[in-house]
Design a protein around this ligand. Structure first.
Ligand code: SF4
Ligand code: SF4
Length: 137
C-alpha cells in the first residue's frame, strides 16, 4: 500500500522540479516544424501581382474541392486568375495544391492563428492570399 504511494510522490516531486513543458500562449509562441502547413499565401511576380497563371492544376488535385478559380486570358495571351478563392473551412491542409503548382504561386505558410466570426471570412481571395505572404526578414 505504501510503496505505490511513495512511487507516486517520487514522480510528483520529479515533475515539480523539472522544466515545464507548457508555455504562456499567446504571449509566448513556439517555432513550428519546418514542414508545417499553415494558412495559404500567394507568391508575387516581378510586377507585384500573383504568380498564378490560372492553369487549374491546384483545383484538379484538391481533394476537398475547396478552390474556386475563374481564369481569363489577357491580350498578351497570358492566363490570369480573375477569381481565386480557397475556402479554408473545407481545406484539410494536405499541401497538394502547393505541390502541384508549376510556378510555385500558391504555398502554405507557417501561420496557424486564423480565427473569425463569420464563415465567409474563411474564404481567402486573391487579395488576402497576397497579404498572407510572410514578411521579409
Ligand atoms: S491544402 Fe489540400 S485541401 Fe487545402 S486547398 Fe490545398 S489541395 Fe485543397
Ligand atoms: S495556383 Fe498554381 S496550380 Fe493553381 S491555378 Fe495558379 S498556377 Fe495553377
Amino acid at each position: 500500500m505504501i510503496v505505490p504511494l511513495l512511487r507516486g510522490l517520487r514522480l510528483t516531486l520529479k515533475r515539480f522540479f523539472s522544466r515545464p513543458v507548457t508555455i504562456q500562449y499567446p504571449e509566448q509562441k513556439r517555432e513550428v516544424a519546418p514542414r508545417w502547413r499553415g494558412v495559404h499565401f500567394f507568391e508575387r511576380n516581378e510586377k507585384g501581382d500573383t504568380r498564378c497563371v490560372a492553369c487549374g492544376l491546384c483545383v484538379a488535385v484538391c481533394p476537398s474541392n475547396c478552390i474556386h478559380l475563374v481564369a481569363v486570358e489577357l491580350e498578351s495571351g497570358e492566363r490570369y486568375p480573375e477569381t481565386y478563392e480557397i475556402n479554408v473551412t473545407r481545406c484539410i491542409f494536405c499541401g497538394f495544391c502547393a505541390e502541384a503548382c508549376p510556378v510555385n504561386a500558391i504555398k502554405l505558410g507557417k501561420n496557424y492563428e486564423f480565427v473569425d466570426y463569420r464563415r465567409e471570412d474563411f474564404v481567402l481571395d486573391k487579395e488576402r492570399l497576397l497579404a498572407n505572404a510572410p514578411k521579409e526578414g
